[in-house]
Design a protein. Structure first.
Length: 528
């Protein structure tokens, strides 16, 4: 881009967001251009609008200058979601749009700006004895609501209420020319935020779009009472096939709020990575106690954790963890009985320490380094119906067996997590890890959160290349079996898998909403 034009735009942007809202520091520009997967180009600038009006003005000015606008939420992307494809780009950091605008107890709705994190919203709603049906991914300590809606997210509340999109009512979205579009009941003249459907479901167009069709500015989610009673189950299975049957049986009942699982390697890594310091133990104990409905229940949960410890996990194999809640002890007991009966046909009950801790402290930090080594990791996932789960697992395991010697040679390991989504879908998420020097993404968090701790690791280019090859072949397996993906970003093969007869409609939407093609170029694999 012409230097004079770039300078003029940056001056204009500074006039919109102020000196504090325009970041030109080289190290930060490099970091903001990098996600867990890596980076392409480096952003020209990081722009932090502090209001929706500023957001609109930033997009309009960028469009006039033909400069791409790449939105970034909490930065938890692992599919190049906010990777910079062209040097003539700015990164739109949504962190200052972090206000919870209204908690409407009468209408059971909450309206937030897109930069609010799930953890911040959950904390606010806890004080009102309310919750959103879906209440965030495990990365919800940094993951924003706007980012999750742009990418789709599953985890907390997904077994009972589906994914992030299933809790959305209305959106205010900034189009590629800076105009503001409202959806659902809000789209009517003098419209009110309370219902998703008013004519065609335009809300859905902007969910899972990776910011390619519009930038989420304000979001209205539905609310429900926070159920006062909650309890937990954990099961161990000798094989993945038994785990899959057990999780599907529990999910189909519709009694679980959360239903997730781990393979043996993932469980081992969780145990190794756990901070066993006294201070960390105090934090967990405090959270577990606070999560209980009353002091007696809190004391019981803590004593149970102390008595059971985690030694039983060393031989647990595949594990599934279930969280059930309700408005009374009787309701929760009934749900637990149904879930226990369903899962016990395939596995055995084990102490419920893991879901108890997850419930009390649901949002993890990113990253979670291990004291004894530096390992990089990239997740990947596919969502399939229950009748494809075992076939998918078999194909993935065959792939790992094919590369077994190389994986051992280059210290590449695999661990897998699983989640039930509502009553009809199964999320299969393998994570490949390898010993290597930290990426800019990880190094930034080390410098920020672990200052004074030396980072020593050897380059492992062969491991890096092998992981890339394994991910390419894994993506092909997902596609061939009919899996769908969240967090499409610029990595998953969405556009090449999209039916030819459906492509013109999506292209027409893109052309209408983003006529200059400035919104997150490359997202969804859409042609320029």
């Amino acid at each position: 881009m012409n230097q004079n034009l770039a300078s003029n735009l940056l001056t204009q942007l500074q006039g919109i967001v102020g000196a504090d809202g325009l970041i030109l520091d080289d190290d930060l520009r490099n970091f903001y251009s990098t996600d867990i997967r890596g980076k392409c180009e480096t952003t020209m600038a990081i722009v932090q609008p502090g209001s929706v009006n500023e957001l609109q003005a930033v997009v309009a000015a960028s469009a006039a200058a033909n400069v791409a606008v790449v939105p970034r939420g909490g930065g938890a992307s692992y599919s190049s979601g906010y990777a910079i494809n062209t040097p003539a780009s700015i990164t739109l950091d949504m962190s200052k749009l972090n206000r919870i605008l209204e908690v409407n107890k009468t209408n059971s709705t909450v309206t937030v700006e897109a930069g609010v994190t799930w953890e911040a919203l959950n904390k606010k709603l806890t004080g009102c004895s309310l919750r959103t049906p879906f209440y965030g991914p495990f990365s919800g300590g940094i993951a924003t609501i706007g980012g999750s809606l742009a990418q789709h997210a599953a985890s907390l509340g997904s077994a009972g209420f589906g994914i992030s999109a299933d809790s959305v009512l209305n959106l205010d979205v900034v189009a590629g020319d800076g105009t503001l579009i409202s959806t659902g009941s809000k789209s009517a003249v003098d419209g009110i935020n309370f219902f998703r459907y008013f004519g065609p479901d335009l809300t859905g167009i902007f969910l899972g779009d990776c910011g390619a069709l519009g930038i989420k500015a304000r979001i209205t989610l539905r609310l429900m009472p926070r159920r006062a009673y909650r309890s937990f189950l954990s099961f161990s299975f000798e094989s993945f096939e038994q785990l899959a049957d057990g999780m599907a049986s529990v999910a189909r009942l519709g009694v679980a709020d959360c239903c997730f699982g781990n393979d043996p390697t993932c469980l081992e890594q969780m145990m190794r990575a756990q901070d066993t310091s006294i201070e960390a133990g105090k934090i967990i104990a405090k959270a577990v106690f606070a999560d209980a409905p009353n002091p007696v229940a809190g004391a019981w949960r803590l004593s149970k954790m102390v008595l059971t410890g985690q030694s039983f996990l060393k031989k647990a194999g595949y594990t599934c963890h279930v969280i059930c809640d309700g408005h009374s002890h009787a309701e929760v007991r009934q749900k637990l009985a149904l879930a226990r009966k369903a899962a016990s046909r395939y596995g055995r009950k084990i102490p419920n320490t893991i879901p108890m801790v997850i419930s009390s402290n649901p949002y993890f930090s990113i990253p979670q380094p291990m004291a004894e080594e530096i390992r990089r990791g990239i997740p990947q996932h596919g969502v399939v119906p229950f009748d494809r789960v075992k076939e998918l697992h078999g194909k993935i395991q065959s792939l790992y067996n094919k590369y077994k010697k190389d994986m051992q040679s280059y210290d590449v390991r695999t661990e897998t997590m699983f989640s039930a989504i509502s009553t009809h879908a199964f999320l299969y998420e393998p994570v490949l890890t390898w010993a290597d020097t930290p990426s800019e993404f990880h190094a930034h968090y080390f410098r920020k959160e672990f200052a004074g701790i030396a980072i020593s690791a050897k380059e492992n280019p062969n491991g890096r290349e092998l992981v890339a090859q394994l991910q390419t072949e894994t993506a092909r397996i997902f596609s061939d079996i009919g899996a769908i993906n969240f967090q499409l970003g610029k990595t998953y093969p969405f556009w090449e898998r999209y039916q030819e007869d459906s492509k013109p409609l999506l292209l027409a939407l893109k052309a209408t909403l983003d006529p200059k093609g400035i919104l997150n170029p490359g997202a969804l694999g859409l042609p320029a």
